[in-house]
Design a protein around this ligand. Structure first.
Ligand code: 0RA
Length: 636
C-alpha cells in the first residue's frame, strides 16, 4: 500500500509537471485572466452539478491572502477506491489530468476553448490546495502542495448533507499576480446566475476588514439578464419577450427587449461561455427573427402603406437588446479566440424554434407585435431615406476630394503599424499639434462642429455626420457593419482633449462612437487617450510638468519652497501650450504619457455607455454621483 502510494505520487508529478511547464495551454495565460480562470474552473464543476440537477447553491469567497474557497451542495466528488489505481477517486480527480471515463461526469462537456480542463489543473497551479467532500454521511479530506497530495484521503467527520469545498492559493511562482479583482469575479458570477436560472450564487471578499458581499439568484434567467442590460434604456415593451425551448439534447433560452435607441446589442452564450464572435446560433436567431416579424408585417395594414417593402434584418434589430443562451451536447468552437459556435445544425434548430415560439407569442399578444412593427417600419423608412441621401453625398464627395478630409495633416510614413493619428478638439490646439508633431509618423486631425451623441442617433445620421465622417475617412476602415479593422491607416489613434469637463465630454462621446461603430478598434487596443499635463512648474530656466496633483506635490517637494522662486502655472487647456511644449509633454513618444483604452467587460461597458449617453436622465445622474472621480479619468 505504502509503495503503491508513492508510485502513484511519481506519476502524478509527471502529469502535473506538464501543466506547470505550460500553464498557458491549460488556462490561457499566467496573467490576470489565467488567474481568474482558476476560479471559473472550480465554479464550472459546481455549475455542472447544478445542470445535472444536484446542486442549488454555490458560495465563493476570496479569503485573506487571496485564498479562494468554492463551496457547493452538489453530490460531492466521488471517493470510492478506484479498482485499478487503488486510490480514492477523489485523489484521481484532483491529481490526474483529464480524469476521463468513469469520472467524466459532465453532461455538457465543452470540447473547445479552455473550459473543462478540470480541477486537477487548478490544483497543479496552486502552491496549496485542499478539498473537503461531504458524501454518504461522511466528510473526506485531502490537501496538496503544487498538486502533490500531502497524505492519502482521510475521513475527518460525519455529516448528513452532501457537497464539495475546494480551497486553493494560486502559485506565485506561476502567476504574474495572485491578486483577484472583486469586479471581475462578481461580474462573471452574476452572469452565471443569469445563465442558470434559479441557482443561488453568493460571493464575498474577506481580504479587507469590511467584508463585501453579493447574492445572485434570478428566477427569470436570461429575461432577468436582459432587464439588467436595459436598466438604463427606455423600453418600448412592458417586459422582454422570453423563449424557453428544448429539442433533442439541446436547451435554448432567449430574451428580447426593444428600446427607443438605435443600437443593437446581442449577447450569445453556449454552455455558459460567451461566444463573442457569434456563430450558427446567432445566425439562426437573426434569420428566425427577421422571418417571423416579416410574416406578421405582411399580414398587417402597415405593409400596404409602405408599398410592401420588405423589412431588413437591420430594421428588425434596431434598438434590440437580446441574450441567447444555448446548451449543447457537443459544441464546436471556432474562430481566432474560439469564440464562435460552428455546429451547422444549430442554425436551423434555433431558427425554427424562434419562429415557432415567437409566432405563437405574437398571436397571443397582438399589442406587442404591433409596437415592434411600428418601431421596425420606422427603421426601414429611415434606412431608405438615408440611402438616397448617401448616394447623393457619395457622388458629391467623390468629385470634391480624393477621400481624405481637407483638415487632416497626414504623416509621410505609409506603414499603418508605425503611424499614429491625433484627434484634436479645437482649431488652436489642432494648430499647435500640427506644428509640434513629428510629421514622419504623426498625423493630426482637428475636429470641428458639434459632437454627436451616437447613442441617441440613428445609424444613417451617424455615418453622415459632418464631425464623424472625417474620422471615418481618416481611419480608412469604414464604420458600423462594414468596419474592417485590418484596413486602419494608423495603429495608434490618440484622442487629445483638454483636461477639463468639456474635454471629458468630447472624450466620452468619441469613445461611445468607437465602442458602437468600431468595437474592434478598442478590442485590439488601438485607441489611446493623450494625457496633457495639468501644471507647469518653473524655477528660472528649469521647467517640469505635472500630470496630476500628486505629481505636482512630488516635484514641489524637491524644491526649497521657502526660498526658491517657483512659478506654478495651471494649464486650462491645450491651447495654452506652444507647439514645442505640446510636443515635449504630450506627443513625444519618449516623454509623453498615453493611456490605452481597454475593454474589460462588454456587458458592463454597454451598461456604462447607455447610462452616460442614453435617454434616461436619472440613472445618469446617479452614475455620475457614484463615480464622480472615475468619470473624469475614464478607462473603459
Ligand atoms: C466527478 C464526478 C462527479 C462529480 C464531480 C466530479 C464533482 C466535482 C466538483 C468540483 C467542485 N464541485 C464538484 N462537484 C462534483 C459525479 C458524482 C457522482 O456520480 O455521484
Amino acid at each position: 500500500m505504502q509503495n503503491s502510494y508513492s508510485a502513484e505520487q511519481i506519476q502524478v508529478l509527471k502529469g502535473l509537471d506538464a501543466v506547470r511547464k505550460r500553464p498557458g495551454m491549460y488556462i490561457g495565460s499566467t496573467g490576470p485572466e489565467g488567474l481568474h480562470h482558476l476560479v471559473y474552473e472550480i465554479v464550472d464543476n459546481s455549475i455542472d452539478e447544478s445542470l445535472a440537477g444536484y446542486c442549488n447553491r454555490i458560495d465563493v469567497v476570496i479569503e485573506k491572502n487571496n485564498i479562494i474557497r468554492v463551496e457547493d451542495d452538489g453530490r460531492g466528488i466521488p471517493v470510492d477506491e478506484h479498482p485499478v489505481e487503488k486510490v480514492s477517486a477523489l485523489e484521481i480527480v484532483l491529481t490526474k489530468l483529464h480524469a476521463g471515463g468513469k469520472f467524466d461526469k459532465s453532461s455538457y462537456k465543452v470540447s473547445g476553448g479552455l473550459h473543462g480542463v478540470g480541477v486537477s489543473v487548478v490544483n497543479a497551479l496552486s502552491s496549496w490546495c485542499s478539498v473537503e467532500v461531504h458524501r454518504q454521511g461522511k466528510i473526506y479530506f485531502q490537501e496538496y502542495k503544487r498538486g502533490v497530495p500531502l497524505a492519502p484521503v482521510k475521513i475527518i467527520g460525519e455529516n448528513s448533507s452532501s457537497g464539495t469545498i475546494v480551497r486553493f492559493k494560486a502559485d506565485d511562482e506561476i502567476f504574474e499576480t495572485t491578486e483577484y479583482s472583486f469586479d471581475i469575479l462578481s461580474n462573471r458570477l452574476r452572469e452565471l446566475a443569469f445563465l442558470n436560472k434559479g441557482i443561488h450564487i453568493s460571493f464575498a471578499d474577506e481580504r479587507i476588514s469590511i467584508r463585501r458581499e453579493r447574492e445572485y439568484q434570478f428566477e427569470g434567467g436570461v429575461k432577468s439578464f436582459v432587464e439588467y442590460l436595459s436598466e438604463n434604456k427606455t423600453p418600448i415593451l412592458d417586459e422582454p419577450v422570453y423563449i424557453e425551448a428544448k429539442r433533442d439534447d439541446s436547451e435554448l433560452e432567449i430574451a428580447i427587449s426593444y428600446n427607443e435607441g438605435y443600437s443593437e446589442q446581442i449577447f450569445t452564450f453556449v454552455n455558459n461561455i460567451n461566444t463573442r464572435e457569434g456563430g450558427t446560433h446567432l445566425v439562426g436567431f437573426k434569420a428566425g427573427l427577421t422571418r417571423t416579424i416579416n410574416d406578421f408585417y405582411k399580414k398587417s395594414s402597415l405593409a400596404k402603406k409602405f408599398n410592401n417593402n420588405p423589412l431588413s434584418g437591420d430594421d428588425v434589430r434596431e434598438g434590440i437588446t437580446a441574450v441567447i443562451s444555448i446548451k449543447l451536447q457537443d459544441p464546436q468552437f471556432e474562430g481566432q479566440t474560439k469564440g464562435k459556435l460552428g455546429n451547422s445544425e444549430v442554425k436551423g434548430l434555433v431558427e425554427s424554434l424562434v419562429n415557432e415560439h415567437l409566432t405563437s407569442y405574437f398571436e397571443e399578444n397582438p399589442k406587442i407585435i404591433g409596437k415592434i412593427l411600428e418601431k421596425t417600419v420606422n427603421a426601414a423608412k429611415a434606412r431608405l431615406a438615408a440611402r438616397k441621401a448617401r448616394d447623393l453625398s457619395r457622388r458629391k464627395n467623390f468629385l470634391e476630394s480624393g477621400g481624405l478630409p481637407g483638415k487632416l495633416a497626414d504623416c509621410s510614413e505609409k506603414d499603418p503599424a508605425l503611424c499614429e493619428v491625433y484627434i484634436v478638439e479645437g482649431d488652436s490646439a489642432g494648430g499647435s499639434a500640427k506644428q509640434g508633431r513629428d510629421r514622419n509618423f504623426q498625423a493630426i486631425l482637428p475636429l470641428w462642429g458639434k459632437m454627436l451623441n451616437v447613442e441617441k442617433t440613428r445609424v444613417d445620421k451617424v455615418l453622415a455626420n459632418e464631425k464623424l465622417q472625417p474620422i471615418i475617412a481618416t481611419l480608412g476602415a469604414s464604420a458600423g457593419k462594414e468596419f474592417d479593422v485590418s484596413k486602419i491607416r494608423y495603429h495608434k489613434i490618440i484622442i487629445m482633449a483638454d483636461a477639463d469637463v468639456d474635454g471629458s465630454h468630447i472624450r466620452t462621446l468619441l469613445l461611445t462612437f468607437f465602442f458602437r461603430y468600431m468595437p474592434a478598434l478598442i478590442e485590439e487596443g488601438h485607441v489611446y487617450l493623450a494625457m496633457p499635463p495639468l501644471y507647469k512648474i518653473s524655477k528660472g530656466k528649469e521647467i517640469s510638468y505635472a500630470y496630476d496633483e500628486a505629481d505636482r506635490d512630488e516635484i514641489l517637494s524637491q524644491y526649497n519652497t521657502e526660498t526658491d522662486k517657483i512659478n506654478i502655472q495651471r494649464y486650462k487647456g491645450l491651447g495654452e501650450m506652444n507647439p514645442e511644449q505640446l510636443w515635449e509633454t504630450t506627443m513625444n513618444p519618449e516623454t509623453r504619457n498615453i493611456m490605452k483604452v481597454k475593454l474589460e467587460d462588454e456587458v458592463e461597458a454597454d451598461r456604462m455607455f447607455s447610462t452616460l449617453m442614453g435617454e434616461q436622465v436619472e440613472p445618469r445622474r446617479k452614475f455620475i454621483e457614484d463615480n464622480a472621480l472615475l468619470v473624469s479619468n475614464l478607462d473603459v
